[in-house]
Design a protein around this ligand. Sequence first.
Ligand code: GLU
Length: 290
Amino acid sequence: MRKTRAIAAAGALALALAASACGGDDADSTGESKSFAAGSTMQKLKDAGKLRVGTKFDQPGFGLEQLRGKPDGFDVEIAKIIAAQLDIPEDEIEYTETPSSIREQVLQQDKVDIVVATYTITDKRKQVVDFAGPYYIAGQTLMVKVDNTDITGPESFEDGTKKVCSVINSTPAINIEKYLKNKTKQLVLFDTYQKCVTALKSGRVDAVTSDNVILTGFIATSEGEFALAGTAFTDEPYGIGVKKGDKAFRNFINDTLEASFEDGSYARAWKVSAGEYDPSVPRIPTVDRY
Ligand code: GLU
């Protein structure tokens, strides 16, 4: 017993020494300010003391505007974890509503520093932006009115008549197409999911398709009006969008995510946001350092 403890103590000391020898870019336990390579995006952001984040403003659980310009949700919590590693206080994060159709654009035009917006990592998107993560794996599914028994999965749209709503430039809008016999008639697209929810309420469409976690948020806030139909039929790995080519910044975000998986801040972020609708902490994904 005593020997085990002595070995453990020696191990801890060795780890502490190794950590202090690494020094440099990481936070240290003395609370001293971190330093990054001169000219790096991290150092520039730290010097500016402000982080510009593109996120959703209409998705309960992931990004929903509360006070003007101040959203809350899991994506917002992830942004706060990143800001903290840059020594940027929460109230210095500037949020910009970023619907699916403009996520690449806001990065390319340097309107935001990062996009954390239920943003699936895809090869096509990687041609114009880069992604850190994934930090969460969602899956596409369908939401209907509770009394709807006709729609049980994407195959239900193969009849060529039922209508489904999704969002412009979202992966669900693309993925559902192969199940539609008459795309022009069956697929209704808006810029935000909230507009799809309104269309479902009014009966203009029979279903909304998006990621399970997004739909779960709408169901939880619908007072029993909506339900999921069928199970997830795709994998949607959520990444943090950054400007293309900034590998050091991407590495920094990946390091930050991995540390958050270990130190409990990721689990805490889930608990205070999407965990309200789904208390089980998500399966930790493997970060893809492509
Ligand atoms: N995760 C999917 C996407 O990035 C759907 C959710 C969304 O539109 O934000 O396209």
